[in-house]
Design a protein around this ligand. Structure first.
Ligand code: MLC
Ligand code: AMP
Length: 437
């Protein structure tokens, strides 16, 4: 509705706490804020202080001031005319240093990607999508919702992912999309019902937003007869690559994210500004009608994250094989992806370092059977100070969205450093890698 009215919309994770919301509203300076009625008492003062003119409420049961006000207006609207390059949405993605950056997505970015996926994944109005992802990120919003809306398909809507409930509705559906954690939970929690028969009507299972373990890919195939299609994308770029949907275009290879989508260019750059040879590992750079125009009110970041010849540096590290399959092998950005949500260590370390008695801290990602990866904090006390890891975790709750809270916090005497004085996070990851095994 916002896009049809010609406005710009900015979705936010409902887990964010007041400090986080204050930053987003202050930075984006929206004219209108919509929140649930239960959050109005704390969200509205933040918004009014930042100069927002209207704060409306909207609840799951469709009650609230937004629809009450809308009821006084005509329900026939002519969509506003917008140009392809006009701003359509701002998606905040956390920064590797400092605060989150708002990626500015145009109508061209959204439409070109949705049309490409519609065709590449064979959508039609006969499809029925099981939608069980949050709608404040690219995956649930632009990939799942846009494809279904543009195809005129039906959606079975879940406000929260529940594996048993999803499996029950599979026989009525044709498409499902999930982050890897959703597949892990489908396989683990609701075992006996997840059968070939339950999936007989399904034509496509898509995974993305985080690495899908080959074990999950294989086990899902054994249990359901379906080969998960893994794809790769970012808030700044919507979808970039996809394993093939049609067998004629190739097989779906577990552990890879497939081919660049039609119209999208992907290259792997070495650290001297050249392009890597086949199978050589380097930084993934991308270009295309899907790639955002820059960060909201942060022109200096645009310079850092685009190359001189206009390619966007994803911060992901990977390679392309002779057949053109792209594989992501790691990240150059200091980022943890936990259950499909991005956690930027710099942000969490900043909060821990502000606590009394803390000299410094480091947050690292370690393997986790459910979330793929989770954050573990290592904290150093100031001389004479006594710290308690549990107390630090408790203090972080309420300041940060729940998925950003480290699952464990250790107090140590020093952080490992290299000769340049840089913290060697790889050693900390190695030390703690078995914590949740
Ligand atoms: C919840 N918790 C998490 C977590 N989600 N911890 C770490 N990582 C996560 N992702 C913790 C909470 O803090 C809480 O802890 C406990 O789990 C229960 O919270 P919950 O809200 O009830 O969890 P649940 O509903 O089970 O959520 C898990 C989940 C959710 C996997 C369903 O995280 C999810 O929907 N993830 C998908 C994210 C997504 O859509 N990403 C796409 C980004 S777009 P405690 O201690 O308080 O009890 C993108 C681009 C692209 O990346 O390519 O798609
Ligand atoms: P976000 O900033 O939330 O849009 O997250 C984008 C990041 O998620 C990418 O830069 C990748 O690091 C990661 N990502 C997305 N899809 C995949 C995938 N299929 N495999 C591995 N990483 C992925």
């Amino acid at each position: 509705a916002t896009l049809r009215a010609g406005f710009v919309f900015l979705p936010l994770n409902t887990a964010y706490q007041s400090g986080e919301i204050e930053y987003f509203i202050g930075n984006a300076a929206p004219a209108v804020v919509v929140c649930s009625g239960k959050n109005f008492p704390w969200v509205s003062p933040i918004a009014f202080k930042a100069g927002t003119r209207h704060v409306f409420t909207l609840n799951d049961d469709r009650s609230g001031s937004l629809l009450e006000r809308a009821a006084h207006h005509s329900d026939v609207q002519t969509p506003a005319v917008r140009r392809a390059d006009d701003l359509a949405a701002i998606l905040y993605t956390s920064g590797t240093t400092g605060r989150s950056k708002g990626a500015m997505l145009s109508h061209r970015n959204l439409l070109s990607n949705a049309q490409t996926l519609l065709d590449y994944w064979g959508w039609s109005s006969k499809d029925v999508l099981i939608h069980a992802l949050p709608i404040f990120h690219v995956h649930g919003l632009f990939v799942a919702s846009h494809c279904a809306l543009l195809a005129g398909a039906r959606m079975i809507w879940f406000a929260k992912f529940d594996p048993t409930a999803v499996i029950k509705r599979l026989p009525e559906a044709t498409v499902f999309m999930g982050v890897p954690t959703l597949y892990v939970r489908l396989l683990a929690n609701a075992s006996p019902q997840l059968t070939r028969e339950a999936c007989a009507n399904m034509r496509l299972f898509v995974a993305g937003s985080a690495p899908l373990l080959i074990e999950t890919f294989n086990e899902f195939h054994e249990r359901t007869g379906h080969t998960i299609l893994e794809r790769y994308g970012m808030s700044e770029t919507c979808m970039l690559t996809s394993n093939p949907y049609r067998a004629a275009e190739g097989e779906r290879r577990g552990g890879t994210v497939g081919f660049p989508l039609p119209g999208v260019s992907v290259r792997v750059a070495d650290d001297k500004g050249g392009t890597c040879a086949v199978d050589e590992i380097g930084g993934i750079e991308v270009r295309g009608p899907n790639v955002f125009g820059g960060y909201w009110r942060m022109p200096e970041k645009n310079k850092e994250e685009f190359t001189a010849d206009g390619w966007f540096k994803t911060g992901d590290v990977g390679k392309i094989d002779a057949r053109g399959y792209v594989t992501i092998v790691g990240r150059s950005k200091d980022l943890i992806i936990s259950g499909g949500y991005n956690v930027y260590p710099a942000e969490i370390e900043g909060y821990i370092n502000e606590m009394p008695g803390v000299a410094e801290s480091a947050l690292v990602g370690v393997p986790h059977p459910d979330f793929g990866e989770v954050g573990v904090a290592v904290v150093i006390a100031k001389p004479g100070a006594q710290l308690d890891g549990e107390a630090i975790i408790t203090a972080l709750k309420g300041q940060l969205a729940n998925f950003k809270i480290p699952k464990r916090c250790f107090v140590a005497t020093e952080l490992p450093r290299n000769t340049m004085g840089k913290v060697q996070k790889n050693l900390l990851r190695e030390q703690h890698k078995g914590l949740f095994a």
